[in-house]
Write a protein that binds this ligand. Sequence first.
Ligand code: ATP
Length: 238
Amino acid sequence: MQSMLKVIHLCSGYGPLRVLHGISMNVQKGEIVALLGANGAGKSTLLKTIAGLELPQEGRIQLEDRDLAGWPAHRIAAQGLALVPEGRGLFPGMSVLENLRMGGYAQKIRGAEMALRVDQACERFPDLKAKLQDRAGSLSGGQQQMLALARALTGSPRVLLLDEPSTGLAPLLVAAMFNQIRQLRDSGLAIVLAEQNVQGALRVADRAYVLKNGRVVMNGPAKDLMDSDEVRQTYLGQ
Ligand code: ATP
């Protein structure tokens, strides 16, 4: 298996506040890794730090063989790492098409190449096709989540970080979202999936890391975590 993303003893936070205390994890090509943990455990902070939106205080972040720690977000995006942030991060006043185009901005994808990427996005997400000229803010919650994912894909990332993609979606749409994520994994992406929906995430993931107060307290194959009494009691209420 080819390692795509490796995080080594990462510490991060906000100003003097330290939120992550030495996180290590790795993600292989063609693998979905779930990031689990209660509210405030540090999942979003970890994803934002990997994507370059927060500066690491200590530690290393490697995309394949490159050390990215301290790089600005646009350079990290240009290396093939995309984040779909919590709350989706769309530009609600801009059209669906304009939002899609923004996804290729850091990679300098323009003109005919961008038109091709937009066609590919419409193939993968047929709902978006008829709405290319609509304002992103006018889409339903499910369509906005699909647009956020489609936008990340227009840059052809090799590593995809997803922050709570199922939040606010009806169960059928959650299933559709997880199906898309599975297909992307099967096409060779390395995916990190931060989720409050522990059961759903463990079903779709290959492996998982459980965070608590900014530390990894458990990790292993998703199936093993699903069978673990601790995970069942703490996160699944069983
Ligand atoms: P959630 O599911 O609620 O997003 P999370 O596991 O993603 O939870 P984080 O959002 O990473 O957790 O938050 C971790 C800690 O960092 C929390 O204590 C939170 O209050 C704090 N925090 C998050 N963002 C900021 C910020 N911009 N400034 C200061 N503290 C922050």
